[in-house]
Ligand binder design. Structure first.
Ligand code: 5GP
Ligand code: ZN
Length: 113
């Protein structure tokens, strides 16, 4: 989608601190990190939110989760623990309407607000 921020990052039209990329997934550091590790893992293909997911997306959702697991291991936060978050729409706190998984860790995380 042409006016989507994360599509532009996926296409390298806008710079980001990319930490992983393959054919279907790209991961980059959040611009406003909420924890020592705060990585956004996104599909390269545009999916606006979790509400738009269907059976055809099962594989890509799995790839996001497995990449989060691998990045957590790589950053040394697998054993102490981490949090994966997908915000959906207004009350879920979604601000960028391109599906993304937050990987947060490296400090004690509190309860959900
Ligand atoms: P949401 O609130 O939609 O779940 O998460 C959007 C996230 O994207 C926020 O944590 C925000 O800091 C991050 N973000 C917004 N714009 C940019 C950007 O241009 N570059 C990067 N790396 N992160 C961004
Ligand atoms: Zn997009």
């Amino acid at each position: 989608m042409t006016d989507c921020l994360f599509c532009k990052i996926a296409a390298h039209d806008i710079p980001a601190d990319v930490v992983f990329e393959d054919d279907a997934v790209i991961a980059f550091n959040d611009i406003a990190p909420q924890a020592p590790v705060h990585i956004l893992i996104i599909p390269k293909a545009h999916i606006a939110s979790a509400n738009e997911l269907d059976d055809g997306h099962a594989h890509i959702v799995g790839r996001l989760a497995l990449r989060a697991q691998a990045l957590a291991e790589e950053r040394g936060i697998a054993e102490p623990g981490y949090r994966l978050i997908v915000n959906c729409n207004r009350q879920g706190g979604q601000t960028v309407y391109h599906l993304h998984m937050h990987l947060l860790g490296g400090r004690q995380l509190g309860g959900l607000g």
